[in-house]
Design a protein around this ligand. Structure first.
Ligand code: PXP
Length: 238
């Protein structure tokens, strides 16, 4: 069974459209947990375009809600993570002007900083993953940096599945990344752009232990409602 992390950033996007408190983030987190999520993923972006500091503060008070905090790899965010003490952290690259996280981390360029941040989080027993592109070099570097887990950026394969393009090459990259990660003792997660179809394809790879899915789940819930959408994904994760 693959764990299902549900990213509720876009519940906050809808809330922020009116600047008040509906839909409420804590209520959303509790609701998705009750309906089968294994963890809640939130991305506290530098520009705070969806999740805000207060959301993290409130959610962190509820130890029954396992939080996976996505954050940029810098000391400012590290301080916030240490204060809120989430169960999990996923370090992601961040560009202010991007619509969403467009690719994986540049592990070479940020090697020193990432090593320090991962070490600090490891010492605090916060499970930390690095969001990377599916390539062998980045798997090796993730190990060298000291991460316990990696999350493979699935944006590329998801786009290809949606536009009915050939996915053979992408799939091969993902499978060989999973194999190498596993042989190095890294747990593999996957996320970005996933929908029913792409999640179903990737669910066949037994080395993937966790999915983190947001945009599609929130969007699809307009039509089917959150419980039905979560239920469909739970079946795919089996
Ligand atoms: N995993 C990571 C590391 C992400 O940055 C995101 C997007 O915030 C997701 C998963 C979820 O992607 P999507 O919203 O496209 O499902």
């Amino acid at each position: 069974m693959i764990r299902l992390g549900i990213n509720i950033d876009h519940v906050a996007t809808i809330r922020n459209a009116r600047g008040e408190d509906h839909p409420n983030i804590l209520k959303a987190a509790k609701f998705v947990m009750k309906n089968g999520a294994d963890l809640i993923t939130i991305h506290l972006r530098e520009d705070r375009r969806h999740i805000k500091d207060i959301d993290l503060k409130i959610l962190s008070k509820f130890k029954s809600i396992p939080i996976n905090l996505e954050m940029a790899g810098n000391n400012r965010m590290l301080k916030i993570a240490l204060n809120s003490n989430p169960k999990y952290v996923c370090i992601v690259p961040e560009k202010r002007e991007e619509l969403t996280t467009e690719g994986g981390l540049n592990l070479k360029k940020n090697n020193k900083t990432l090593k320090k941040i991962v070490k600090t989080l490891n010492n605090k027993k916060i499970r930390t993953s690095l969001f990377i592109n599916p390539n062998l070099n980045d798997i090796k570097l993730s190990k060298e940096i000291g991460a316990k887990c990696i999350e493979l950026h699935t944006g590329s394969i998801s786009r290809k599945v949606r536009s009915k393009k050939n996915i053979e090459k992408e799939l091969k990259k993902i499978i060989s990344s999973c194999n190498l990660a596993n042989s190095l003792g890294l747990e593999v997660h996957a996320g970005h752009g996933l929908d029913y179809k792409s999640a179903r394809i990737l669910s066949k790879i037994k080395l993937i232990k966790e999915f983190n899915i947001g945009h599609f789940i929130v969007g699809e819930s307009f039509f089917l409602g959150l419980p039905s959408v979560i239920n469909k994904f739970k079946k795919i994760c089996k």
